[in-house]
Design a protein around this ligand. Structure first.
Ligand code: 1CP
Length: 321
């Protein structure tokens, strides 16, 4: 379940408080491993998701990243070409070492049938936070920057591509079975920009990763891609794509599931609603994707106010209980 560790779980809230800060939680392997395992113990999901965040890369590049309670992440925004060029070319791997240690701590605690999933943010999405300094409704600051200063923006994307290749390679070396590339803000890009800032960097990351780890399994998640998802799977050699809840399922079945595995796409609000609405939404997804390779999941992250009983109901329904 996307974002399966988090505030909807009381055991997470407790550890989050104990850790003090969110980054402390991410960078303390004992805490991060525990948070990774919490949803597995409770729900026996098929996959454990490394507990970390996509913004650890800007942090490791030296940008100030804070997570303020109830507000989401805040970064000191990059507003000029000079600010981009001052970033180091390569992140200091010592900063990321605790994350690889989390993977090594979790791996032996999982049984053979439970996958361990790593991840990183896709360059476009990470860049939107680096430039705006926070999530906005349409990530306009990064879109504007990319139009006004495309060369500088490309240099930022290049740095993120190179660092993501190393970061994901090291996650595999530490023991993950597959990784997901989260392009949460892909859907705000018009087609040409989508090709340039979402598809091309993703293809470079997967190719680069496979030079180090042939056969490495990758799930792409260009959220909100719509019809551009067809171009994405044609160009980016992913094994699977995650599909958001807005996607047209007939289109996804015919154009996407015929090429790669599909993961998704329950509306997190259907899970929050529960009851018959949830049952109907689950059934229709299972029906629509039954004839091809499919991983049931949410179409985006679980909402913090989601009742645990609704997750249990969803799982029972999916597993035919
Ligand atoms: O304790 C808290 O309240 C912090 C909430 C939280 C959590 C639980 C944040 C802050 N990050 C995370 C963990 C996280 N983030 C995981 C691991 C958990 C799991 O999947 O089990 C993952 C995979 C992410 C990835 C992530 N972080 C994305 C991509 C996925 C997505 O949901 O779109 C993004 C966009 C972020 C940035 C981020 N970090 C946190 C928040 C609230 C946000 C979104 C901010 C915004 O856009 O306003």
């Amino acid at each position: 379940m996307m974002r399966q560790a988090g505030r909807y779980l009381p055991e997470y809230r407790q550890l989050r408080e104990q850790a003090g800060s969110f980054l402390k939680l991410c960078f303390t392997p004992e805490f991060a491993a525990e948070v990774t395992l919490q949803p597995i113990r409770r729900f026996h999901f098929d996959g454990a998701i490394l507990f970390s965040d996509i913004l650890v890369i800007p942090h490791a590049l030296g940008q100030t990243v804070r997570f303020e309670a109830g507000e989401g992440p805040r970064l000191d925004p990059l507003t000029s070409e000079q600010a981009i060029d001052r970033l180091p070319l390569a992140v200091d791997q010592a900063i990321l070492a605790p994350i690889y240690q989390t993977i090594k701590t979790v791996k032996p605690q999982l049984d053979a049938k439970t996958a361990l999933l790593g991840f990183c943010g896709a360059p476009w999405t990470v860049a939107t936070y680096m430039i705006a300094g926070q999530g906005t409704s349409d990530q306009a600051p990064a879109r504007l920057f990319a139009y006004e200063k495309p060369k500088a923006f490309a240099r930022l994307i290049d740095r993120l591509v190179e660092n993501s290749i190393v970061y994901l390679t090291k996650q595999f070396e530490a023991g993950v079975d597959a990784v997901q590339l989260f392009d949460t803000w892909a859907g705000v890009l018009p087609p040409e920009e989508f090709t340039r800032w979402c598809i091309e960097p993703a293809a470079r990351i997967v190719d680069g990763l496979r030079r180090h780890r042939p056969g490495a399994r990758v799930i792409g998640f260009p959220r909100g891609a719509g019809a551009m998802l067809a171009d994405y799977v044609k160009t980016v050699p992913v094994n699977a794509v995650s599909v958001d809840w807005m996607a047209d399922r007939a289109f996804v079945r015919e154009r996407i599931q015929s090429r790669v595995a599909v993961q998704g796409n329950l509306d997190p609000l259907a899970l929050l609603a529960g009851g018959d609405a949830l049952d109907r939404a689950v059934d229709s997804i299972l029906q629509d994707f039954r004839d091809g390779p499919f991983i049931f999941n949410l179409g985006h992250g679980i909402l913090p106010s989601t009742p645990i009983a609704h997750v249990e109901r969803m799982l029972a329904r999916v597993r035919g209980g």
